[in-house]
Design a protein. Sequence first.
Length: 282
Amino acid sequence: MFARPFASAMAVLITGCATVPQFIGDAPKTPTPTCNGAADCDAEWSAARSYLVSHTGYKIQNDSVDRLETYNPSEVTVGLRARVSKAIQPDGSYAIVAKFWCNNLFECSPNAERTLEDFNRTVAAAGSGGGMPRSIAALQSPAAIPANQNKSSDNAPPVDAEKYIKDGETALAESVATSDASVVKRILADDCVWILDGRVLDKAAAIEAAGKGPGDFISNHLDYATVRLFGDTAIAQGSDTWTGQGGKMGHLIWTDTWIRRNGRWQIVAAQETLTPIPSPAP
């Protein structure tokens, strides 16, 4: 279910956009907070929402179960804009990943880097870890990971496969209206084959398309997803509904094949069909 990044990239090529200078802070020195279980994640997500309300220069325009995003107008200002996503990890936990920036070439107010570090500390403190931020192994350098954790293993903590896959499909659907390629990078296997309306594409093409932005897509939401498990293989089938500029709407009907390798579920094959909804007759 990753045709949407490619479709949105095509829309970018068609419509074009103005380039605005942006200042984005460096990677944070504080660990990205993670959460486990509904109560823990709800507490951290609520803390993330409250932080954006009180520390950014713009109101929240996108508030969903796995994404918070402020308005991002085109004018050049030092006011902070922000995006926060809840990304599921291979062990079943979730990472609360934030990005702060402004449309100014030199500096933001308040400082984007310090704000991100403070955000990570604040959100981690709201969870069950009692203020002890938990780092994510995937974000650490190999040297920082203990030797017995620096390799994949089928002895990884058990994951609710059906929930993990449905959460992954939901995240893919929501990511089409952003320029965040992290979902595609995480969920697609390196040898994934993607068939979209007769075209055969690979993971590299999906990542490149996702990074180019949503184009004229305003939103994309999962309608449903059914998952059938066959040992270390799962077949997921579902549908999305997308909305574009000018009131255009449509569905994406998809089938994804997931495989569990070394304790990690990823998509190895995907087939998708875009079906626009005809505009009503005048």
